[in-house]
Design a binder for this molecule. Structure first.
Ligand code: ADP
Ligand code: MG
Length: 399
């Protein structure tokens, strides 16, 4: 796959109407944006275009409205926050297509910005309906996709529109995602270490099989470690195990051996009878897990082992927490891996984190700054790590 896509930097945009698909799918409570991370992430592209005197028209989805207008999912609170962040007025249109949108667009001057109402107020958006994509295309004179988080979906605003509106190029956030994740997968500096965890092996098996041939080392924590341990005949108590994936775990171990890859599994874990943290937990060798206990985190010995396996890494990709990190008493393994990984960038390593919960964990650790890249796309970053072609990326012009 080629990641060399044209970007806004290739765009002749002064005085032109630029339709920008952003990911403003942010949490809203009582009419206020409660986490503006995604809005902030889109600012570089918006500011770049405004500085170039473009007429910037932003469109996004928010939540899951049922294909019609629903005040609960209005982007109006986003307009307020965006305006504050940009220190500039943000014009508004009550609909993303049709007369309301076209009138607002025509009133827009150079260096001004307009936000269109939620794309998903039209069921045609997710259906990738051609007429709807054409209506969107009429809004702009060129198209920018900066919504990496929805690039794995072929919707009208991410894929369909590019058939009718050209040039179609990547925004700066999209470029950043493709540069970091693409380089890590295509031409990693070695040793290349992947750290995988999270709840289910079934949801990650494609990531494991895609990464295994590329990495030098694979560290496995999270609940999925217990499927691997059980596959080796080790008793795992009440740990979250997918019995129908024991063969998969065995295959992965065999493939790692055949390819000469180092597969590192934890030697100890944190054992508890209550996954919600309401009972005491103790660290013990994985073989000693009792029938009534479940493993809720990797243990201190394993954390030290993982840290030592990370120390010489020049590329690290991390997906999936090491334990139930939402419970503070079970967060040590995840926070410890975040700490160990955070020390590598200063030594010239590239450190990338993908996956919604994993990125949240890194943010919780307070060390986010010390990572090369935290992916903004949960599902999209997983599909990217699986080596899949993202339709919203494929639709953009090659450089
Ligand atoms: P991401 O969103 O980064 O891709 P996942 O969604 O795959 O990560 O996994 C995150 C979830 O995995 C968290 O909710 C966490 O509580 C859970 N988890 C991690 N380790 C365990 C474990 N040992 N037992 C049960 N759940 C676990
Ligand atoms: Mg998740």
């Amino acid at each position: 796959m080629s990641f060399a896509k044209k970007t806004v930097q290739h765009l002749d945009c002064a005085g032109r109407r630029v339709l920008v698909r952003v990911d403003f799918n942010v949490p809203v409570a009582n009419g206020e944006v409660t986490d503006d991370t995604r809005i902030v992430a889109a600012l570089p592209t918006v500011r770049y275009l405004l500085q170039k005197h473009a007429r910037v028209i932003l469109c996004s989805h928010l939540g899951r409205p049922k294909g019609g207008p629903d005040a609960k999912y209005s982007l109006k609170p986003v307009r307020e926050r965006l305006s504050r962040l940009l220190r500039q007025d943000v014009a508004w249109a009550d609909d993303c297509v049709g007369p309301a949108a076209e009138a607002a667009v025509m009133a827009l001057g150079d260096g001004q910005v307009l936000l269109l109402e939620n794309l998903r107020f039209h069921a045609e958006e997710e259906q990738n309906n051609a007429a709807f994509a054409q209506a969107l295309a009429r809004i702009g004179e060129c198209y920018v996709n900066d919504a990496f988080g929805t690039a794995h979906r072929a919707h009208a605003s991410t894929e369909g529109v590019t058939h009718y509106l050209k040039p179609a190029v990547a925004g700066l956030l999209m470029k950043n995602e493709l540069d970091y994740m693409g380089a890590a997968l295509e031409s990693p500096k070695r040793p290349f270490v992947a750290v995988l965890g999270g709840s289910k092996i079934s949801g990650k098996i494609d990531v494991i099989t895609a990464l295994l041939p590329k990495v030098d080392r694979l560290l496995i924590g999270g609940a999925m470690m217990f499927t691997f341990l059980k596959a080796q005949g080790i008793p795992v108590g009440r740990s979250l195990v997918e019995d129908d994936r024991l063969d998969v775990a065995r295959d992965v171990m065999a493939q790692a051996a055949a390819l000469g890859k180092e597969l590192v599994l934890p030697s100890d874990c944190l054992a508890s009878t209550a996954p919600d943290g309401s009972a005491a937990a103790s660290a013990k060798p994985v073989e000693q897990l009792l029938a009534g206990e479940m493993g809720v985190d990797i243990g201190p010995e394993s954390l030290a082992l993982f840290a030592s396996k990370l120390r010489d890494a020049k590329t690290v990709v991390w997906n999936g927490p090491m334990g139930i990190f939402e419970v503070p008493a079970f967060a040590a393994g995840t926070m410890g891996v975040a700490k160990a990984m955070s020390e590598l960038k200063a030594h010239g390593a590239v450190t990338v984190v993908g996956g919604g919960d994993s990125v949240a964990a890194v943010q919780q650790s307070g060390l986010a700054e010390r990572f090369s890249h935290l992916s903004t796309g949960g599902g999209a970053s997983l599909e990217f790590l699986e080596g899949k072609v993202l339709p919203g990326v494929a639709a953009l012009e090659d450089a």
